[in-house]
Design a protein. Structure first.
Length: 322
């Protein structure tokens, strides 16, 4: 689905991208002396995944006017991301992270160097040029509002404006407890933001922490009572769960996980799941088909090194869905 470069993006994501240095070999990072550079960031992973499927996607952020910022902007443009809402910051650096090479499907250890980054200075003013009337969908995560008070204000502003313009909104809590002043502040803030979304996409452990509920059904009902139309819960290798009213009446659905022969890198699985679910719903697929595609794309993401390298093109997705 080609798009004119002069037209405003129909889908928008926003947040922080970082340059990521991934260890070439397994082992403690203290012993590693060879790394290769890749791109990291939950919201831009989703942007890239949707762009590969042919959607016209824009990404809003601040990047340092340094080599890492230029690397990120070039990488996103190469993926077809509309970069008109990227702001270059001459006073603050681009965030950086190091990731170990884990073995046996374990979660890799990650070290962040993002305090005071350009993206932490995101503010409502950065959204001034957004053409909300052209938006059909907004994807938000719980990472951006954790970066700073001004980034939280931006998140509220963009979600409220998208809601007023009639765009659908997805929200992935994407918990990063270390970025928040307390668990209570994190919980209250993210639940408030979730109330602005149509589709809420927590993991099961995230949902339990945020709602105090134990079962997928109870977690879903917590968000449905606060205005969500659908709650789609990631259950890890067991698959995913849907409860909502997208089909016209309230229904609950389960989809089994996709078998994976070898797990290479678990980071990015949730972003891949979001790409699958969001793209399916925007394609007009049923909630069951959205669960199945979410599981399918999430499984692709964990079979490669890197957060978004496994996300499929539209042609590859058609092949996988046959």
């Amino acid at each position: 689905m080609p798009h004119a470069p002069t037209s405003s993006p129909q889908i928008l994501t926003f947040g922080e991208a970082m340059a990521m240095l991934v260890a070439d070999l397994p082992g403690d990072l203290v012993d590693v002396d060879r790394f290769h550079r890749r791109l990291a960031g939950a919201d831009n992973n989703v942007a890239i995944g949707l762009s590969r499927l042919g959607f016209h996607v824009g990404w809003l952020s601040r990047l340092g006017s340094d080599s890492q910022g230029r690397f990120i902007q070039q990488a996103l443009k190469a993926e077809g991301i509309d970069d008109r809402y990227i702001h270059l910051d001459a006073h603050h650096p681009t965030g950086l992270m190091f990731k170990e090479r884990a073995e046996g499907g374990a979660d890799p250890r990650v070290e962040y160097f993002r305090r005071g980054s350009a993206a932490s200075h995101l503010s409502v003013e950065d959204a001034a040029a957004i053409d909300f009337q052209s938006l059909t969908h907004l994807h938000a995560t719980g990472i951006t509002p954790a970066l700073s008070e001004s980034a939280l204000e931006l998140t509220r502003h963009v979600m409220q404006k998208a809601r007023e313009s009639g765009a659908s909104i997805s929200f992935d809590p994407n918990l990063r407890p270390s970025l928040w002043p307390s668990e209570a502040v994190m919980r209250d803030t993210l639940n408030e933001l979730a109330s602005l979304a149509d589709w809420v996409l927590p993991g099961l452990s995230e949902g339990r922490l945020l709602t105090g509920c134990d079962t997928p059904e109870a977690i879903a009902d917590f968000y449905l009572a606060r205005g969500a139309k659908a709650v789609i819960i990631k259950l890890g290798p067991e698959g995913s769960y849907y409860r909502g009213t997208l089909g016209g009446t309230l229904e609950s659905l389960l989809a089994p996980g996709q078998p994976v022969a070898k797990v290479v890198d678990t980071v990015g699985a949730g972003d891949g799941f979001a790409v699958g679910v969001i793209s399916a719903l925007l394609d007009g697929r049923t909630p069951q088909q959205a669960l199945d595609r979410g599981n399918l794309v999430g499984a692709q993401a964990i079979q490669v090194v890197g957060d978004m390298e496994g996300l499929p093109t539209r042609d590859k997705l058609r092949e996988l869905e046959q």
